[in-house]
Structure formats: C-alpha cells, structure tokens
Design a binder for this molecule. Structure first.
Ligand code: NAI
Ligand code: MG
Length: 351
C-alpha cells in the first residue's frame, strides 16, 4: 500500500508539531508495511511571505490530488494588520471551503492517565467521551454580506436547510456507531438561523428512530460541558458555536494540546489539531504534539483504512502517558519526566 499525503505545516508551532506527527506516522507505516509519500505545501503567513497570498493555487491542487492532508496551524501577529483578504485566517477558511470539508469532527476523550490534568474533579470527568460535530464551511464565518467601515461593522449568520441536513446526517450516523445520543446546540431562542437549525434537526431525527435527539442553547451548553460533561455523546452545532465549545472541551480533558480533529466532506479530508499556531510558545520546543499526532492517527483510520497503524499510535500514546511522560502544558499532572516537543515524538516512536 502506498499513499499520497499532503502536508501543510503553517506558522508558529505548526512546523514543530507536524514534524513530530510525521515521525510517528513513519514509524507506524514501517511497522505495518505501507508507504507514505509526503508532499509539502504552503498556507498562511509563510505562504504570504513566500508567494504573496495566504492560499496558493498549488496548495489547493496538491491537496486535492492527495489521499489525505495533515495540517498544523496558521496565523500570527506579523500578519494581523494585513487587509482581511490577505490574512492567513482567510486562507484557511478558503482552503476549507475549496475542500468542501463541511464536517469537522472533534473528539474529546479523557485519558485515564490525565484525570488530574483536567480543571474538573476526577469523578466529573472519568469516562468522558464526546464527539463534537462542528459545521465548518458555513455560518457566520462565511456569511455575506460582511463589512467594517470603521463606524459600523456586521457579519451575516446564514445556513440553508441542505447545509443543516448534511451536517445533521453526519452527527446522526456517528451517533448510531456510538451511544445513540445527539445534542444539537443552537441559540433558537433569539436567532432565526438557529430556529431553522432546530426544526431541521427535529425533522431529520425521524430518519434515526434509535437516536435520542436533544436540544440545548449554546450558553447553557458551555455551562453543562463544565458541570457534567458525561451527559454528552455527540454534539452537533454550527461553525462559531463549535469553535468555542471545543476549546472548552479541551480543558475538560486537560489541555488544548490534546484535541485532534478531522475535517471531512466530499473531497480530500484534512486532519488538524483544534488549536492555533500558539505564537506565544513558538520556537521554544515546548508545544504538545499529541493533538497533531492523534489527528494523524485519525487520518490513518478514516482516510487510509490503516486501522492497525492507528491503533498502534493510540496505544503508544496511552503507554507514554501512563509511564509519566508529559510536555510542559501537562507537567504539573503526575509527570515523571517532562519532555520537549521533539523528545515527546521520539518516545512515542520508541513505544
Ligand atoms: P492558540 O490555540 O494558538 O493558543 C491558545 C493558547 O493555547 C496559547 O496560550 C498557546 O500557547 C496554547 N496552546 C495551543 N496549542 C498548544 C499546544 N499544542 N501545546 C501547548 N500549548 C498550546 O490560539 P490563539 O492564541 O488565540 O491564536 C494564535 C494564532 O493562531 C492566531 O493567529 C489565530 O488566528 C490562529 N489560529 C489558527 C487556527 C488554525 O490554524 N486552525 C485555529 C485557531 C487560531
Ligand atoms: Mg478554534
């Protein structure tokens, strides 16, 4: 078996964490007898500096032509003052749109070895296993019109029924393979778009009689995630609510450096950590590469069907944590040895 993997390292800690994921991927591929052929593409700030635009066409074409894409993160202060259309984040949104990756799956699972890393009490979080299904190419991040004239600024939050049905199906299908519970998060008490979202989810749920559908307002959901995260199985929500709630979920399980994601749709899937480019720690060698490494394992499982290699990586991570290896973000929690980014990659390879 031979796979084409497109690699986008991006900015800040992006290159540091992606390099560790490639290390681990190579070890898993060797062990399971398949080959990964990587090709690197530019996006974000580094693409602006090199080519003048945040998303070169070559990147889009290259990723479309690959079996899966592993992505780090983009962005940084250096590019924050550029006009909106030239900013790294605009490149990322356009990239997601071009790839048609409407479903961003963000699992938040607690490792038994890290119960003390959560800001919550062990009894509240032991056994947490949530799948946040975030709509990724619609909603307020993409809605038009949008404008900022220096006095008045506005964005448009828009979803069409087909867009809601599409992400809803993803959530219900996932729930069928899990605990058969979907919680749809919206703000239907004040937003029109959320009312359509809620009505559509109710309609769709008739096709999935085995799945229990509940609804929750997003403000309550933020509170409930921290109060009693175990009440959730699958959460389905729009682009901005999913963005915010998944950062909250990351602290439920211990660190934002732990949460992976898969962005999937009709074309090439993108595997990426949920966090950003962390400019505050870039170049220091202390970033946690686990979110990216678990994203790489998801890539093996979902895009390449290399289940065994994915299992190997996930088991290695558990053993590494069990034996007390931690990066700095988790150093205070049952650490026997605190490793830098690259040493963490090495020890996972070793295991
Ligand atoms: P961030 O997620 O980059 O960082 C938030 C905090 O978490 C920081 O204190 C950072 O040091 C820490 N952190 C993040 N990842 C970590 C890791 N792997 N290990 C240890 N600590 C980690 O979010 P922030 O600071 O709001 O944004 C920074 C830049 O990233 C901005 O330019 C933003 O636009 C961009 N961004 C890019 C995303 C992407 O490429 N998908 C997603 C979110 C933000
Ligand atoms: Mg985010």
């Amino acid at each position: 078996r031979n796979y084409k993997i497109s690699i986008i390292k991006g900015d800040g800690i992006g290159p540091e964490i992606v390099d560790e994921a490639i290390k681990v991927l190579n070890a898993a591929a060797k062990k399971c007898n398949f080959e990964l052929n990587y090709k690197e593409y530019l996006m974000g700030g580094i693409a602006i500096d090199t080519t003048g635009v945040p998303l070169p066409q070559e990147t889009v074409d290259g990723v479309l032509n690959s079996d899966a894409c592993l992505f780090g993160a983009i962005g940084g202060e250096k590019w924050d003052t550029l006009p909106r259309e030239l900013r790294p984040e605009t490149g990322l949104l356009k990239f997601r749109e071009e790839m048609g990756v409407y479903a961003n799956l963000r699992p938040a699972i607690i490792y038994d070895e890290l119960v003390n890393a959560s800001t919550l009490k062990p009894e509240v979080i032991t056994g947490v296993d949530i799948m946040i299904v975030r709509e990724l190419i619609g909603g307020i991040y993409f809605g038009k019109p949008r404008e900022n004239d220096g006095f008045k600024a506005f964005n448009t939050m828009v979803y069409t029924k087909p867009e809601i049905v599409r992400i809803g199906k993803t959530a219900f299908e996932l729930a069928m393979k899990r605990d058969k519970r979907v919680c749809s998060v919206d703000k239907a008490n004040v937003l029109e778009v959320s009312q359509l979202w809620r009505d559509t989810m109710n309609e769709l749920s008739k096709d999935y009689p085995e799945v229990t559908l509940s609804h929750m307002y997003v403000d309550n959901a933020a509170m409930q995630l921290v109060r009693n995260p175990k009440q959730f199985d699958v959460i389905v929500t729009g682009n901005i609510f999913g963005d915010i709630l998944s950062d909250t979920a990351s602290m439920v399980v211990g660190s934002i450096g732990l949460l992976p994601s898969a962005s999937t749709g009709d074309k090439t899937a993108i595997y990426e950590p949920i966090h950003g480019s962390a400019p505050d720690i870039a170049g220091m060698g202390i970033a946690n590469p686990l979110a990216t490494i678990v994203s790489a394992a998801m890539m093996l499982r979902y895009s390449l069907n290399e289940e065994k290699a994915a299992d190997l990586i996930e088991e290695s991570i558990k053993s590494v944590l069990k034996d007390g290896y931690r990066t700095k973000d988790l150093a205070a929690y049952d650490a026997k040895e605190v490793l830098n980014t690259s040493a963490m990659g090495d020890v996972i390879v070793k295991y």
